[in-house]
Design a protein around this ligand. Structure first.
Ligand code: PLP
Length: 540
């Protein structure tokens, strides 16, 4: 805040005060104080999350950023814990985004079950570091168990397979990462290392680098193929891994926004017959694209990968947990053919920010990213940090393992099914309204649509020129409405740009709705459409 720092008279940074913050609450008074703080956090925020239906308070970013220009650390303490907590609850939280509101339907970030806060508090209190056993012990063991549970949902191997690998210190069924981006990076790192692995006279790409690898393999370029709807984390991986992000090649879509298999095969042939020597390191299937929630034909992709000896990665950051629904798991048919799979914990596992996971069908695949250090992760130890991009890492497995116990696969299935079915109802509602157009039919719980007012619809005809003009107008309208609705602060849908399929290949602006909050129901979604209609009528 802008006010000059007036050091609080009683507050001094001395050894005695410092020690008090580290000592555990041994007497009753100390315990009571700490309990009071926890209560303040849980109920203070709980009230905020319940009462603030709006997305944010109506304070502009400019006003807020003007209040946060203080760049000096004060020498003595400014505030006590109680005051800090009160300040956060009263001043900070109301200006954060209430992602828990059922009217907040624009992003993959939403309400979480309240027990997640308790579980997260436990991991903070234990402060385990799963980089190695010496700082985590049982938490490393729990991580291996929960990884095996999810691996089993994806790959459905035999009981014997899991008995052999669940606690095997030499093999890994996967790993936790900080998010989906690092899970994808880990998967592609391993794909690169195995596709350009050690051979006669060559120690492998991870040791010798990409230039030496290209020489050893007699190639000039390596590529990864994914649909146009690939997440931008894949491009980052292309950059980081020395593949070059131009070489993360986009394949066109079919009419249902899935990777076009014919175009993919064409591309593979073109690469094989090219005068340049090009190696395909991986083909990626998306199970729940970020923009439209669609699922690529995983079985077909898996078959193409095995015919061509290419690593098959499935980015199921969003859609992975759908496997827990008996009713809808068939949508991910073929995922078991994947060599690696990304799933985010903070998306449809409803874990607090942030948690990702990556799984490998072959429990030895992670060997290609083995790293040791004498001060940590010595050879022969079972430390999880030996095969992990991250070093220090929190024990997120405890949160997931506990959540799975509390919810059961059926609890998660109920959430997943609610999202998918509400999205279908919402699509019907959009189709029934003359001023809206459904753009992508939901496969999972994500759909896109746009406002397409009757008066413009009447002008629509076969002429490409007319269509282009109307699309341009609609783009403007949809951008404005999305912004005004967000600024009004009652509800929120997001916005993205997709290629139009029905018409010529233009970009059209669409509104995007993600239904993952179990409190978001069709009535709320109708209200959101009503509000958009109203904004249109009032302002345009
Ligand atoms: C969210 C998402 C990612 C990236 O995950 P982060 O956790 O945001 O890093 C990757 N792929 C898909 C399909 C996603 O939806």
């Amino acid at each position: 805040m802008n006010n000059p720092k007036i050091p609080h008279k009683e507050l001094v940074a001395d050894w005695q005060a410092l020690m008090r913050t580290f000592i555990r609450p041994e007497d009753v008074a100390a315990k009571t104080t700490l309990l009071k703080y926890m209560e303040q956090i849980l109920f203070g925020l709980h009230d905020f999350l319940n009462t603030h239906v709006g997305i944010t308070e109506e304070v502009s970013l400019k006003e807020l950023s003007d209040q946060y220009t203080d760049t000096l650390i004060s020498e003595n303490p400014e505030e006590k814990l109680a005051a800090v907590i009160s300040n956060i609850i009263e001043k900070t939280a109301p200006n954060a985004v209430n992602v828990a509101s059922p009217y907040f339907t624009g992003h993959m970030t939403s309400a979480i079950p309240f027990f997640m806060v308790h579980l997260k508090t436990i991991t903070a209190a234990l402060n385990q570091n799963v980089v190695k056993l010496e700082t985590s012990k049982i938490l490393s063991i729990i991580e291996k168990q929960v990884l095996a549970k999810i691996h089993r949902v994806i790959f459905k191997k035999s009981e014997d397979f899991y008995l052999e690998h669940v606690q095997n210190s030499r093999t890994s069924l996967g790993g936790f990462t900080e998010n989906g981006t690092l899970a994808n990076l880990t998967a592609l790192w391993i794909a690169r290392n195995t596709q350009l692995g050690p051979k006669e006279g060559f120690e492998g790409v991870d040791k010798e680098g990409i230039f030496a690898a290209f020489k050893a393999y007699g190639i000039e370029q390596s590529v990864i193929l994914v649909s146009e709807l690939g997440h931008f984390s894949l491009k980052k991986a292309g950059g980081l891994l020395g593949i070059g992000n131009n070489n993360i090649i986009s394949i066109g879509l079919d009419s249902s926004n899935r990777i076009d298999i014919a175009k993919l095969k064409e591309k593979i042939n073109e690469i094989k017959n090219s005068v340049h020597k090009i190696k395909i390191l991986a083909i990626i299937g998306i199970a729940g694209t970020t923009e439209t929630g669609t699922i690529d034909p995983l079985r077909q992709l898996g078959e193409i990968c095995s015919e061509n000896n290419v690593h098959f990665h499935v980015d199921a950051a969003w859609g992975g947990p759908v496997l827990l629904s008996k009713k809808y798991k068939h949508l991910l048919d073929g995922i078991e053919l994947a060599d690696s799979v990304t799933i985010d914990g903070h998306k449809q596992f409803y874990m607090p920010m942030s948690s990702g996971m990556v799984y490998f069908k072959d429990p030895c695949l992670m060997d290609s990213i083995t790293y040791h250090a004498n001060y940590v992760n010595r050879r022969g130890s079972v430390d999880l940090g030996i095969k992990s991009l991250s070093g220090s890492r929190e024990a997120n497995s405890l949160v997931l393992d506990s959540a799975l116990k509390i919810m059961g696969s059926k609890g998660y299935a109920l959430l997943i099914e609610h999202g998918i079915e509400t999205a279908k109802d919402f699509a019907d509602e959009i189709n029934n309204r003359p001023d809206f157009e459904l753009i992508t039919m939901p496969v999972l719980n994500i759909l896109t649509y746009r406002i397409f007012p009757k008066e413009l619809r009447l002008q629509w005809n076969e002429s490409e020129e007319v269509q282009r003009k109307i699309n341009e107008k609609l783009n403007e309208i949809n951008i404005i409405i999305q912004r005004l609705q967000r600024e009004a602060g009652n509800s929120f849908v997001s916005r993205t740009t997709l290629k139009a399929h029905k018409e010529c290949c233009e970009n059209i602006v669409v509104l995007r709705c993600v239904i993952m909050n179990p409190m978001t129901n069709i009535n709320i979604l109708r209200e959101i459409l009503d509000e958009q209609e109203e904004i249109y009528k009032k302002t345009l």
